[in-house]
Design a protein around this ligand. Structure first.
Ligand code: NDP
Ligand code: GDR
Length: 378
């Protein structure tokens, strides 16, 4: 071995020893999103050094990270799933023990409008990450988590488990399915510790406002506050989802990477509710009872007491193809990982509406809001 090689081996060896003694470290792509923020907080709580990857942005996109930005074990880096070089550099420089690939164009309806961009990020992005790990020679050191999705099941009969055949119904789901198979292939071909978490819908106060749960929570809070808010305009009310709490799901991601062998796991609650159920529960949380009339795009909901219009339908919000009914069979995660969700549907809805209320209240400077206030205004 020449001097350079011996020196490099010594450095690599001491680096490994240092890392064994130091805190575990994780690289999270999609750090500015809902799951990125919750996972970072969870891992910091477990003593990790956390490297978060965000897109370059001229505006401040770190709102969800405000509580951890100054944490001494948290580091923010610029990177892009569309830029393989940036990913390789980050993996080399941060030398993480675990990588969580959460970055995505994550909006299903938007994927019909920007299918090529969606494929670049959601399908080829994970490929770039896996190749970077392999080309850096770290395929036997880094554990890799891929954010796969229940959308990959499409309209396969419910409940859906790891053994259910996939029938993707959108460019988003098709791109995620490519990444899913890639993870399995890199596991088999190169012996990588790579896992797919096939996660059903999970929500929180940090959920993006374009997703239906947050749209409903914020719309209800605005209507309940009485600040001249317009009625909530929604698309398909009949689709059913298995909605859980994001904080339960980021714990599940971590649990997958703590096993001795890599595998794929479904995470979900096993309960499904329609979008209409979510609307009813959200209005119920502020003391409104709804009266529904009409069918299809003519359906509306009014306040049962005052007759005020609260919900109407816009056909442009329907998707070209819809996923009708998702219900998780998470038995494998329960038995192998010991994972169980801790928040039920009613609590999730109430928490999201309460958080939306707080925001509405702060932005309008109100200070005395109770359910009775809201009910009086309806
Ligand atoms: P979000 O949409 O909240 O977050 C996605 C993140 O990816 C954002 O930080 C976004 O940055 C970032 N991003 C987008 N494009 C790129 C890119 N080219 N390079 C680097 N980063 C990029 O999603 P969630 O947190 O809800 O979901 C996390 C992951 O889990 C996603 O992959 C999603 O598809 C998947 N998933 C989510 C489920 C859910 O119910 N939440 C269920 C199953 C799977 P910016 O905000 O700046 O655009
Ligand atoms: P989804 O979440 O597509 O399941 O993907 P979303 O909240 O967008 O839609 C859920 C259901 O609600 C119906 N819907 C509406 N949806 C939105 N966004 N806006 C509306 O106004 C509206 N009205 C009705 C939709 O048609 C759909 O049936 C989420 C994302 O987080 C993905 O990244 C993730 O992979 C899956 O969950 C699991």
């Amino acid at each position: 071995m020449d001097f350079k090689g011996a020196d490099a081996a010594r450095c690599a060896g001491s680096d490994r020893i240092l890392r064994m003694q130091a805190s575990p470290s994780a690289l999270i792509t999609g750090i500015t999103g809902q799951d990125g923020a919750h996972l970072a907080e969870f891992l910091l709580g477990r003593g990790y050094v956390v490297h978060g990857v965000r897109l370059y942005s001229a505006t401040d996109d770190t709102q969800r990270l405000r509580d951890i930005l100054d944490h001494p074990r948290f580091h923010l880096h610029i990177g892009d799933l569309n830029d393989g070089g940036s990913l390789a550099r980050l993996i080399r420089d941060c030398a993480p023990d675990e990588i969580y690939n959460l970055a995505a164009q994550s909006h299903v309806h938007a994927s019909f409008k920007v299918p090529e961009a969606t494929a670049q990020i959601n399908a080829l992005g994970p490929l770039r990450l896996l190749e970077a790990i392999r080309l850096l020679g770290r395929e036997h050191e880094i554990k890799f988590y891929q954010a796969s999705s229940s959308e990959m099941f499409g309209n396969a009969p419910a409940p859906q488990s790891e053994d259910t055949p996939f029938t993707p119904c959108s460019p988003y789901a098709a791109a995620k399915l490519y990444a899913y198979w890639l993870v399995r292939n890199y596991r088999d071909a190169y012996g990588m510790f790579a896992c797919n978490g096939i996660l059903f819908n999970h929500e929180s106060a940090l959920r993006g406002q374009e997703f239906v749960t947050q749209k409903i929570a914020r719309g209800v809070a605005a209507l309940a506050s009485g600040h001249d808010a317009p009625a909530l305009v929604l698309g398909n009310l009949n689709s059913r989802r298995d909605w859980g709490d994001a904080r339960d799901y980021v714990r599940g991601m971590w649990m997958m990477l703590q096993r001795d062998t890599p595998d794929d796991y479904v995470l979900g609650t096993g309960q499904s509710y329609s979008v209409r159920d979510f609307v009813n529960a959200a209005f119920d949380a502020v003391g409104f009872t709804l009266t529904w009339t009409g069918i299809g795009v003519g359906e509306t909901a009014r306040c049962a007491r005052t007759g005020r219009l609260l919900v109407s339908i816009d056909p442009s919000l329907f998707r070209p193809t819809e996923v009708n009914n998702l219900i998780a069979d998470a038995a494998k995660a329960r038995t192998v990982l010991g994972w169980m969700p801790e928040t039920d549907f009613q609590t999730l809805v109430r928490d999201m509406v309460a958080a939306a209320m707080d925001n509405t209240q702060k932005s309008h400077g109100d200070d005395d809001w109770t359910n009775d206030n809201y009910a009086r205004l309806a």
